[in-house]
Design a protein around this ligand. Structure first.
Ligand code: TXA
Ligand code: MG
Length: 347
């Protein structure tokens, strides 16, 4: 058991964090997407302790974080197509799969021959990576199955006693994890995130999106990104998505909420800021402005965590169009709901 410390990323705290990483220990740190749980990617035992702290299945590979492209040579081959992407989107929320070199232990890649690499833009992440000089393997700093943490407080909820140190860089700006891109064959987005398919297509030309992004895996289908296999981002209560025309959706949310309450369930709605007033008697939770999908991305995991803290049984949510950052939002919301959707006009 550790007495988990939370420190702002001052030079002294960064020094301490860097010392812990160098000695094979775990440190949680902020990135622009979500908080990461870092360990020296070159140290097998350190990497194994990430899986233990998160209760993460060993077959789900980790992303390796770097601060300089000079670090790539020691850890992977770089596909030709990756250079213009790194030039344009790094540092930032894009993770690229690259052929692994032997220096990266199999535990990091869960036996796969590619390693996922990302260069985060958060100043504290950059400073930490630079100070320790190591490639850092870091999954999101949540316990497996919980929404990724977007504040140091949420990391503490999940990791208290399990790790020595959390660097607190405030709330994460993007709020959803990075885009995971596979460049072997036609470029394919395995997990949508902060960098949109439209952003990538502007540099790469045609980009595919893995089939399982907006639907459950089919029986016998192999997930190209192992993380897609797991029931992620799921609050304890049943989430149902409500689709359709704006006015009908608002009316349907009220109807579904009242029905659940009448059935003796603890219910609530997740709605756009614009509908908070109209739904004020339906225990509304704000998911940002309909006009600004980035605000929904920023708030989504925070809202999903609150629903658990409030022990909600039945949660009814508005949806966003699955384009731009909306694709990443609908991937996370869809999975939180196990893709359970109701058409508003069917009620
Ligand atoms: O924004 C992010 O990416 C955050 C921050 C901390 O950087 N990290 C993150 O890591 O979300 P994690 O472990 O929660 O998600 C990594 C995802 C998983 O779905 C995993 O299966 C996939 O990336 N992945 C990692 N390596 C892979 C590989 N070699 N091939 C296919 N998928 C891979
Ligand atoms: Mg994760």
């Amino acid at each position: 058991m550790y007495n988990t410390e939370i420190l702002s990323p001052s030079p002294e705290a960064l020094e301490k964090a860097s010392g812990l990483l160098k000695s094979g220990q775990l440190v949680a740190f902020p990135t622009e997407t979500v908080y990461g749980l870092g360990a020296n990617a070159l140290n097998r035992d350190a990497v194994l302790s990430i899986f233990a702290a998160k209760d993460r299945p060993a077959d789900n590979p980790l992303i390796v974080h770097i601060w300089s492209v000079d670090q790539l040579e020691g850890i992977c081959e770089v596909p030709e197509k990756a250079w213009p992407l790194m030039e344009r989107f790094w540092p930032g929320p894009l993770t690229i799969l690259m052929p692994r070199k032997e220096t990266i232990p199999m535990e990091v890649t869960a036996g796969l021959d590619t390693v996922a690499i990302r260069m985060p833009s958060h100043p504290a992440a950059k400073a930490l990576l630079k100070a320790c000089g190591l490639p850092i393997a870091a999954p999101s700093a949540n316990r497996s199955g919980k929404p990724s943490p977007t504040t140091a407080g949420y990391v503490y909820q999940d990791m208290q006693g399990r790790i020595p140190l959390i660097l607190d860089g405030g709330p994460c700006q993007v709020g959803l994890e990075s885009t995971v891109l596979d460049l072997t064959g036609t470029p394919t987005i395995l997990r949508p995130g902060g960098i949109t398919p439209e952003d990538l297509a502007a540099i790469l030309g045609p980009v595919q999106v893995a089939g399982s992004v907006l639907r459950p895996l089919m029986k016998g289908e192999v997930a190209r990104s192992p993380g897609m296999r797991y029931r992620h981002y799921a609050p304890k209560g049943q989430v149902t998505l409500v689709n359709g025309d704006e006015a009908q959706v608002v009316a349907a949310l009220r109807k579904l909420y009242l029905q659940s309450e009448a059935d003796g369930l603890k219910a609530c709605v997740m709605c756009f800021s614009e509908h908070m007033e109209a739904l004020r008697d339906c225990c509304p939770h704000d998911i940002g402005s309909k006009e600004n999908p980035a605000s929904t991305a920023h708030l989504l995991f925070d809202t999903l965590r609150k629903l658990d803290d409030e022990d909600m049984d039945a949660i009814y949510s508005e949806v966003v169009p699955a384009e731009g950052i909306g694709l990443a939002i609908m991937n996370r919301l869809g999975r939180a709901a196990s893709f359970r959707t109701i058409e508003a006009d069917s009620l």
